[in-house]
Design a binder for this molecule. Sequence first.
Ligand SMILES: [Cu+2]
Length: 439
Amino acid sequence: MTRRNFFAKTGVTGLAGFLAQSATAEELNSQQNSKTNPEPTNSSQQFSPGEPGRDYTPVITPNGTALPYKVIDGVKIFHLIAEEVNHEFAPGLRAQCWGFNGRVHGPTIEAVEGDELRIYVTNKLPESTSIHWHGVLVPNGMDGVGGLNQKPIEPGETYKYEFPLRQHGTYMYHSHTDDMTQIALGMMGMFIIHPRHPSGPRPDRDFVLMSSEWRIDVGTSRPVPTEMTDFNVLTFNGRAFPGTAALVAKSGDRVKIRFGNLSPMEHHPIHLHGYYWKVVEMDGLSVPETAQQPGSTVLVAVGQTRAVEFIADNPGDWAMHCHMTHHTMNQMGHNAANLIGVRTNGLDKKVGKFLQGYMTMGESGMAGMGEMVMPAPPNSIPMLGAPGKHGYIDMGGMFTILKVRDNLTTYDNPGWYENPPGTLASLASQDEMQRDLGG
Ligand SMILES: [Cu+2]
């Protein structure tokens, strides 16, 4: 559905409603790369991971990008710039965060086992910082814990980290000075090391998804670093559904998904519909084939990485999300009264005379709350969802869609799945109910 006929159908053009400011999930999936992902600010790039001649399948960072590098005297040179970033979590919600090279989270560092790295870190923040290479085996003085392993990088300074890559796998990087503030504001990214001598089949699609969580009070634009329990924006790669880009694969592809979690406080059981996978990496270490746990949900605790693999042999639009239900919601107050089953007939109308836009929470469940056209506080995203092919999708937060199709010619977003005849849940007829359920 295009934006034009979406607005024509729902008639909300010009309304100050949630819907008026949001595109369909499909549109977001197809547009957001160009809208929200500016090229990195590093202008000295000469190479990008995945160029012809690279002996690996480059990873895909949905809603993100890889950090460019150049090679000087055989050393791969990267440059991370820690800086404030005005970041969009989903259309309608932006906040002043801290990230790298104009991004939240930072770009994915991608290199190969055996590489010699030199990573410059420039601090453009108002306070000191330092960067830890999470899970990467480095000399002690390169480990990045401010005060313990190095002097903090003061505002305006540039430090260099140098180390060889002695391993391969899925790792992360993050601030390790004033961690509570800097991680809560977004200073993290993924660090992927490809094997020098790959064994086993190479993935056709190799995705990277980093989980995080934020407290951003409605109408404000600064994440709250002191929050310990009540996070209201849950993200994959810094984006909340419907702002998350779909993962696209074609039938028969070997798909690898690398999960990392640097949420301040919470673990995330990530669940994929339509498939089971095998866990092939734990904290970057390859799991021997005979020990690879099968499943469709993998718990990714804070500080952990997990990588899973499966063959994309079941076409469709498959949900993939954290299974904690409060982690697939956008901004809401968690202290609302429980009114499910309470008859509040007419209450909204009566109170609405005095309080414009008043709405009772969930008399008959909360589905549809995101769909209602109600005045939105400035800079906030609805609690749930986006329009989908078959109606409104009551999901938000740490939710995305795996799109698998036969005969794809590109990996651009293919739109919504066309269900083959006889494979779509539908309203039961009276005759069918009489036949199968009896009188
Ligand atoms: Cu979660």
